[in-house]
Design a protein around this ligand. Structure first.
Ligand SMILES: C[S@@+](CC[C@H](N)C(=O)[O-])C[C@H]1O[C@@H](n2cnc3c(N)ncnc32)[C@H](O)[C@@H]1O
Length: 268
């Protein structure tokens, strides 16, 4: 496991969470199923509608881009950006443009968009704050920035010890490997306030972990993919991870895990 943060440090998708992993599409789809209701509510609350020009950063499977495309209609425009666009094939028709790029190296014309959206991207970017400052330039005056990231509000208070320990080790492993910051979203909307945005707000979407739920399936696939990294922390044993996987699949399980913190602000 690497802890270096220099230019050669491992980044999201280099190895861990690479889109070529056999279960990555299923993992991101399960995540999207758990989060989309919250994202749609928050975006609807910002008034997204016909004619809007929207940028979806780190678009993943494109579930939000696709939904935005329906909201803005033929007169609007969606630009969906991801460093790996293999899961976005098929959405590029009509008002959707797909761009394969590292978002931190990309640039757009100042004032081009009515809405910039990024879900579960900033927490994984090592240069999240500097990048966020650049993103604001791409908004027109009055345009909305809507960003969502995870906060681990659910597992520390779980009464299942194996689940508590495994999730703590998981967040430690992704921080050490990718530089991911599980505390960034918990501080919303302060990072947006620091950029001078107005009309600030925060919403919390808290999916319930139960057998067959999108979030339980997402965790099953995530722990499967990160198992060696979680074990390498030395904080949990293979048996503890397996006990957690049985807990996530049990028909009697009702629990909480990550909360999706969504912050929004308007360029003045
Ligand atoms: C956790 S997934 C979230 C996907 C989607 N936003 C969602 O919430 O359903 C993070 C996504 O961001 C993309 N990503 C991560 N770092 C990126 C970067 N530097 N440039 C472009 N895309 C990036 C990944 O390829 C992945 O699709």
């Amino acid at each position: 496991m690497t802890t270096t943060a220099g230019p050669t440090a491992e980044r999201y998708g280099d190895h861990l969470f690479h889109h070529g992993h056999p279960s990555e599409f299923a993992r991101l789809s399960a995540m999207a199923a758990a989060l989309d209701p919250g994202s749609r509510a928050h975006l609807t609350g910002r008034g997204v509608g016909p004619g809007w020009r929207c940028l979806d950063l780190g678009a993943g499977t494109g579930s939000v881009s696709r939904w935005l495309a329906e909201q803005v209609g033929d007169g609007g425009e969606i630009v969906a950006v991801d460093q790996d666009v293999r899961f976005l094939s098929g959405i590029e028709e009509g008002n959707v443009t797909v761009v394969e790029a590292d978002v931190t190296a990309e640039d757009f014309a100042p004032g081009r968009f009515d809405l910039v959206h990024a879900r579960f991207l900033l927490m994984h970017l090592r240069e999240r704050e500097a990048f966020l400052a650049r993103v604001v330039d791409w908004l027109r005056p009055g345009g909305w920035l809507v960003v969502s990231d995870a906060a681990d509000l659910g597992t520390p208070s779980s009464d299942n010890a194996a689940y508590r320990a495994t999730m703590a080790a998981y967040w430690h492993a992704v921080a050490a490997t990718l530089g991911s910051d599980i505390t960034f979203g918990r501080r919303y909307p302060r990072p947006l306030a620091a950029l001078g945005l107005g009309n600030l707000g925060v919403g919390v979407h808290f999916p319930v972990v139960a057998a067959g739920s999108g979030i339980a399936e997402c965790w099953r696939l995530t722990l499967e993919q990160t198992r060696n990294h979680v074990l390498a922390t030395g904080a949990v044993t293979a048996e503890t991870i397996d006990e957690t996987l049985r807990y996530l699949a049990a028909p009697t399980t009702w629990d909480l895990s990550l909360a999706m913190m969504t912050a929004w602000g308007r360029k003045v």
